[in-house]
Design a protein around this ligand. Sequence first.
Ligand code: NAP
Length: 338
Amino acid sequence: MVESTRIVLASRPAGAPTPENFRIETAEIPAPAEGEVLLRTLYLSLDPYMRGRMSSAKSYAEPVEVGAVMVGATVAEVLESRAPSVSKGDVVLAYSGWQTHDVAPAHGLRVLDPAKAPVSTALGVLGMPGFTAYAGLSRIGKPQPGETLVVAAATGAVGSTVGQIAKIKGARTVGIAGGPRKVAYLNEIGFDVAIDHRAPDFAEQLAAAVPDGIDIYFENVGGSVAEAVYPLLNNYARVPVCGLIANYNATGVPAGPDRLPAFYGRILTKSLTVRGFIQSEFVRELYPDFLREMGEWVAGGRVHYLEDVVHGLAAAPEAFIGMLEGRNFGKLVVRVAD
Ligand SMILES: NC(=O)c1ccc[n+]([C@@H]2O[C@H](COP(=O)([O-])OP(=O)(O)OC[C@H]3O[C@@H](n4cnc5c(N)ncnc54)[C@H](OP(=O)(O)O)[C@@H]3O)[C@@H](O)[C@H]2O)c1
């Protein structure tokens, strides 16, 4: 028997999650059966979608039950294997959730090659968030040379990759982020313009930054950023709707007048394509291309990535709560074990 330390959902949040919504526990886990492996978590990914899993509202995935381990992608070391496809000592991409150890079927695991890239990147630029950027752009955004792309949460795992892929495709890129440190980083990694959405004159700065209008708005946030973007969209603009993090802690509809008629009016009169997506929709079709192409871009220094690493499983709740407020700077991962 191995003891696993785990963080479970103690209660469902009303509005922003608090530390009391999580509880740390230990549990004994059984030895692996035939076809299974025993895993020790090295890194845990913290992602905005986990806020949705804490809620019982109907969504594209089942909620985490109260008392159950919080879900999440992990990079783990194989301590014991009873499957031919995975060996003891391998480092794998798994989905063990917020816990130090797990027993899992071997067939869902991807063996990582630490010689190719740091293994933590399998949770970020070379994993689900990077793939989200790649798929949303290649299937919906379709940036063309000379077009203008705008993306918010632009220093984050998805947004920074969106901006850099669009730049490779020849687009002019405008990144939106919270605070001067993040804005400086966007300039460093090659965004043409970087804007702080917390600035009082944010909407004016955005309008000045896009003299030819906006052809692609990669929607990560919604809220006041989206409201400033929509009047600037060009005819035939594309809006891959990837995330709406400004709404994730909302407990009701936003104050003010009903904006839906104006929103539909713009879609109609400007012939906009507004298309929501969940990255998993494109995995079968695009994942091998993504791994090859993004692997080359990262190895060749054409796509940069930033990781925000917090240490120890116990730090996960606070770090997760902070991410929903913009306190992370780069892809948020927890270093669970060395
Ligand atoms: N559709 C899919 O399949 C899919 C897959 C992965 C991710 N996503 C979505 O993609 C988005 C980015 O995810 P990520 O993993 O890359 O996270 P991230 O950008 O690393 O972290 C979230 C960031 O969102 C920004 N933010 C938070 N509240 C905001 C607000 N009210 N207004 C504007 N910005 C706000 C903050 O950045 P600033 O400090 O810069 O504002 C924060 O750092 C999320 O909406 C997520 O749900 C969707």
